[in-house]
Design a binder for this molecule. Structure first.
Ligand SMILES: C[S@@+](CC[C@H](N)C(=O)[O-])C[C@H]1O[C@@H](n2cnc3c(N)ncnc32)[C@H](O)[C@@H]1O
Length: 399
């Protein structure tokens, strides 16, 4: 992507507060930690309230790989109650601030907030990450900005809570107007969004979302799975498509790029925000929504083809029957489900190996399914070599 084609990453949220109140919070670096969605801000090192272009404020930061460091932020945009933006420069403790560092301390990235009044008491707040001034060959290091999309969505969620001080439902969007659906009455700090944690989450002690917050998850190869690409090329996906547990959307986006109407659902909002940013960047029409795959009926929709790439194998024996019912509730009769999961046939089996028998017993005729085929295949991950890990590709028909 060249500088001319580059589009900054933008995340928006309607906040029920007047623009001037929101601007006041944004212009006070002492309050930035209260709404930071990246988890990297530790507080303010030196600043006063921002009053114009040219002001400088220094923030204390923390990042696992760097430890404690500081960022010197140069205010480059200031339009009272409408827009504020700054360009960070590596400060004390940051490797780019060292003499002879590989990269300049001021790398060229810019953070801005744009406030557009929406009636007297509400504002559309858009946070923008622009790395068009970062050297072109280094922009992929931050996924052209896409890696920040999740943190930006969280920032706006917090800014909303801070400015409205009530648990009002609101909507956010990433890139070209895609929406994050409302979460039903979940307490703001509930990392599971009001649903029951899955067996995997109970085991790891972390919500799925955490896997996406600090760079790519181990399974997120950044490409669609070759098995999915092959099945699609053979015409195996038809009609409306659901990608259950879509992660950052590579498979869904591939299918959508073929002209199929695709909905990708996941419980990880960070993954969905990244998926939406990719869709916007690649100019692909695809829908991404938060939904629990164990309760898909709540979508109130039907699909002709359903993909499960790496989700079934994360559920334990107690969850699988419910998952199978949930899938049946959204798959039209005669529809097709593809399950691509780690297989138990080594060498080099993945972390949740599944046997053919487990697949056959989960999708038995009594559950409204007919297993048409289970074939050996491969799954690509970031922790296997190019050949990937042994997998099963199950083709299952809804009876
Ligand atoms: C191993 S990852 C696979 C992601 C994606 N399909 C891919 O191939 O990259 C499993 C995904 O399922 C999601 N997930 C786990 N439990 C879920 C649930 N109950 N409902 C919806 N998504 C879920 C996780 O957040 C994660 O993104």
């Amino acid at each position: 992507m060249t500088g001319d084609e580059y589009q900054p990453v933008a995340v928006s949220r309607r906040i029920c507060a007047p623009a001037r109140d929101i601007f006041r919070v944004l212009a006070d670096p002492g309050r930035h930690r209260e709404f930071d969605g990246s988890g990297m801000l530790r507080g303010v090192a030196s600043s006063t309230t921002i009053s114009g272009v040219g002001d400088v404020f220094v923030m204390k930061m923390y990042f696992d790989e760097l430890g404690d460091y500081q960022m010197i932020n140069h205010v480059v945009e200031y339009q009272p109650d409408r827009r504020i933006g700054w360009e960070p420069e590596a400060g004390r403790g940051h490797p780019n601030a060292e003499p002879g560092a590989e990269r300049p301390a001021r790398w060229g990235q810019r953070w801005s907030f744009e406030l557009t009044p929406d009636g007297p008491d509400a504002t559309i707040v858009t946070e923008i990450f622009d790395c068009s001034q970062v050297p072109e060959d280094q922009r992929p290091d931050v996924g052209h900005g896409a890696i920040w999309a999740g943190a930006m969505a969280r920032t706006l969620e917090r800014l909303d809570a801070l400015c409205t001080r009530q648990g009002k439902p609101a909507q956010s969007s990433v890139g070209k107007g895609a929406e994050v659906p409302k979460r039903s009455g979940a307490p703001a700090e509930d990392p599971f969004g009001g649903r029951q944690p899955t067996s995997h989450e109970r085991l790891t002690g972390l919500p799925w979302d955490a896997s996406y917050r600090d760079g790519p998850a181990p399974w997120d190869s950044g490409r669609p799975q070759p098995a999915v690409v092959r099945v699609a090329a053979q015409g195996g996906f038809a009609g409306t498509v659901l990608d259950a547990g879509c992660g950052t959307g590579e498979n869904a986006l591939h299918l959508a790029s073929l002209g199929l109407p695709v909905l990708g659902v996941d419980v990880a909002e960070t993954a969905l925000a990244i998926a939406r940013a990719k869709a916007a960047e690649r100019e692909i029409e695809a829908e991404f929504a938060v939904a629990d795959a164990l309760a898909l009926g709540r979508l109130g929709r039907r699909f002709d083809t359903v993909l499960d790439c790496g989700l079934f194998h994360t559920f334990d024996g107690g969850e699988r029957p419910g998952y199978v019912v949930s899938l049946a509730s959204v798959t039209g009769h005669g529809g097709t489900l593809y399950v691509l999961c780690f297989s138990d046939q080594g060498p080099g089996t993945g972390p949740h190996p599944v046997s053919q028998e487990e697949l056959r017993s989960a999708f038995g005729p009594g559950a409204g399914w007919h297993v048409a085929a289970i074939k050996p295949d491969r799954v690509q991950t970031r922790f296997h070599d190019d050949e990937g890990a042994p997998a099963w590709l199950a083709t299952i028909k809804r009876t």
